[in-house]
Design a protein around this ligand. Structure first.
Ligand code: PLP
Length: 415
């Protein structure tokens, strides 16, 4: 018999996104027909079990929404206090873009310096709950560090495979947190093939983006938090830098579930803007052509390493969310994204990652095109910390070597 203190989850089943096939959630699951799974909840039970007042009193982590999350047993959680990142009003950056109500959700402040911690905290927790002991991941950068940290937190083994030209901080952090870290001469898709091929020999569980169902549930908490921070309302527009797409898909799912349990004020939903870099733009290319599935993007190359995902298994889930929301999928010219990230950093003191720079570049264009009005409420996600991108952080910034003793007239700019 289940007593009042026994762990409960309101998950009812998993559902194949491609054809609705129902699968049980009490065992490990990966893809169905090569495509991702949704986690489904008994939302009537959630509506009764969870109140806004109780949520408001809980600690400021993503676990405050536990009734809408898949981990039943709190003792199995892999947690480093992730969640409730600040939603920062950005008037100076807003003025530069011609907007009066611009906000940045600053995910750079999460453990391991990127929002990958949300998804991997959830995936590692659920794998831990299901008895997995060895995990593996292909990564374009930040996911590997996050997996390594959360696996360490609960004493699981982690194997990380990344392209040999992954930013150096990402290479080091995975190994630093105790993962077995490997460099691969190829792109993230090649690393994904290594993980897939090694499953039999190594007996690991593959936590690649969207190949297990729970990373989306972690990323979903960005949408739950954003709504709570705006008094259970949503902004007019969200700009999100899309690689594998978990974050955008997760947020759209969050708004749907919140609406279903009756927590959202009003009927309006945000227009979801998927932002990529022109150097790797499979989703924006598909959107421009009106396609639901994306072609693999050839010769992918961009300074926004988190967006270097030439083929996404959840392409149709991203494009469905963008279309349902009345949004767009766009890309930022490669030469603009670092400049925008640096400009944002200097105007607001926020450590914008190059990926977020792509959002700012896309935002500039959408305002110029009249697709976003100047007084609409716009939220940009800064998904990672600038400090993790030491290779590109120096571009466009001016450092001056000074001679001692200091020539104060020269420093003050006097002739
Ligand atoms: C992984 C990553 C992205 C892309 O995230 P998805 O949810 O996979 O689309 C964007 N920005 C940063 C900094 C990342 O590490």
């Amino acid at each position: 018999m289940i007593g009042a203190d026994e762990p409960v989850s309101h998950v009812t089943h998993l559902e194949a996104a491609i054809d609705g096939t129902v699968l049980p959630h009490d065992r490990l699951q990966t893809l169905h027909e090569g495509r991702p799974l949704w986690v489904r909840y008994d939302l009537d039970a959630v509506r009764t079990a969870m109140t806004k007042e109780v949520v408001a009193r809980r600690p400021p982590t993503m676990w405050r929404y536990e009734e809408l999350l898949p981990v039943a047993d709190p003792t199995r959680r892999a947690t480093l206090g992730e969640g409730m990142t600040p939603l920062l009003r950005c008037d100076r950056l807003g003025r530069a873009l011609g907007l009066t109500d611009l906000w940045v959700k600053d995910e750079s402040q999460l453990p391991t310096g990127s929002f990958k911690s949300r998804g991997l905290s959830m995936a590692v927790s659920r794998a831990n709950e299901l008895g997995v002991s060895r995990l593996a991941i292909p990564t374009a950068g930040n996911a590997g560090g996050a997996l390594a940290a959360y696996a360490a937190r609960v004493g699981l083994e982690a194997y990380v495979f990344m392209p040999a030209d992954t930013p150096i901080v990402n290479q080091y952090e995975a190994a630093y947190y105790g993962a077995r870290a490997y460099l691969v001469d190829g792109l993230i898709n090649d690393c994904g093939a290594v993980v897939r091929d090694g499953t039999d020999a190594m007996g690991w569980f593959d936590v690649s983006t969207l190949k297990e169902p729970y990373r989306i549930e972690g990323k979903k908490t960005m949408g739950l938090e954003l709504a709570e921070q705006l008094g259970w309302s949503v902004p007019d527009v969200i700009l999100y830098p899309t690689g594998g797409g978990t974050g955008l898909i997760g947020m759209w799912k969050a708004f749907g579930e919140l609406a279903e349990i009756g927590w959202l004020v009003g009927e309006r939903r945000p227009r979801m803007i998927s932002c990529q870099a022109e150097g790797c733009a499979p989703i924006s290319t598909a959107w421009a052509e009106g396609e639901r599935f994306a072609e693999t993007f050839a010769d992918a190359s961009t300074a926004a390493s988190g967006l270097r995902v030439p083929a996404a298994v959840g392409d149709f889930m991203i494009l469905d969310a963008v279309c349902e929301s009345g949004g767009q999928a766009r890309s930022c010219p490669e030469e603009d994204l670092l400049a925008w990230a640096q400009r944002g950093a200097s105007l607001e003191g926020i450590g914008f990652a190059p990926e977020a720079g792509a959002c700012l570049g896309v935002l500039e264009r959408l305002v110029a095109e009249g697709a976003i009005d100047r007084d609409e409420r716009v939220v940009v996600f800064n998904t990672g910390a600038a400090q993790k991108y030491v290779e590109v952080m120096g571009e466009g910034t001016a450092l001056v070597q000074i001679e001692l003793p200091v020539d104060w007239d020269a420093l003050a700019g006097k002739p």
